[in-house]
Design a protein around this ligand. Structure first.
Ligand code: FMN
Length: 167
């Protein structure tokens, strides 16, 4: 049986809840990625701080730091991120671009508040740098529509879990 891992970053909990739904429904292992120093603000300044990190292309060091050894054991990896300034969060940039994951099948999910126009394309390009892109999905307004978003994510993940290369 193939081994599946869910890796995600979540600042305010929405991506985390979706990651947990996915992992539970397809019996995958799950690991949270965190920057060694995360944003500290929950107020409006989080947008300025987080947005600036994206715009300056920051790739913060992330935890856990033994990821490369961990991921080799998996056949398929789901990667989840909130959308920040129209793309994946800096911690996920590090994850996808630092070479910790290579030649793996990756399916990508993101959560956002309605402004994710080119986000899936950008994620696909980043995944294809070192890995094999499988599929991507975006989920809007998870905090206010959790049930619908979770259902959509689980249906998507279940199909991929059954036959990852048909996507
Ligand atoms: C720094 C920052 C930037 C954001 N930028 C966007 C954006 O460009 N488009 C959008 O739709 N939502 C944006 N959001 C909202 C988040 O993507 C959304 O609330 C997401 O579901 C949060 O996931 P989390 O709870 O897992 O952190 C931003 C949030 C933060 C904190």
């Amino acid at each position: 049986m193939s081994k599946i891992l869910v890796l995600y970053y979540s600042f305010e909990g929405s991506t985390e809840k979706i990651a947990q739904s996915i992992a539970q429904s397809i019996n995958a292992d799950i690991i949270k990625i965190t920057p060694q120093k995360d944003l500290s603000s929950k107020g409006f300044s989080k947008y300025l701080w987080g947005g600036k990190q994206v715009l300056t292309g920051e790739k913060p060091p992330i935890l856990p730091n033994n990821l490369a050894q961990t991921v080799v054991n998996y056949d398929l990896i789901f990667v989840g991120s909130p959308i920040w300034a129209g793309t994946f969060a800096p911690a996920i940039k590090t994850l996808l671009e630092d070479g910790s994951i290579v030649n793996k099948k990756i399916a990508y999910f993101c959560t956002h508040k309605g402004g994710a126009q080119n986000a899936l394309k950008k994620a696909q390009q980043a995944i294809e740098t070192n890995n094999i892109f499988v599929s991507a999905i975006d989920l809007a307004n998870v905090a206010s529509s959790f049930d619908a978003c979770s259902k959509k994510a689980v249906q998507w993940a279940t199909k991929i879990g059954m036959s990852p290369m048909q996507f």
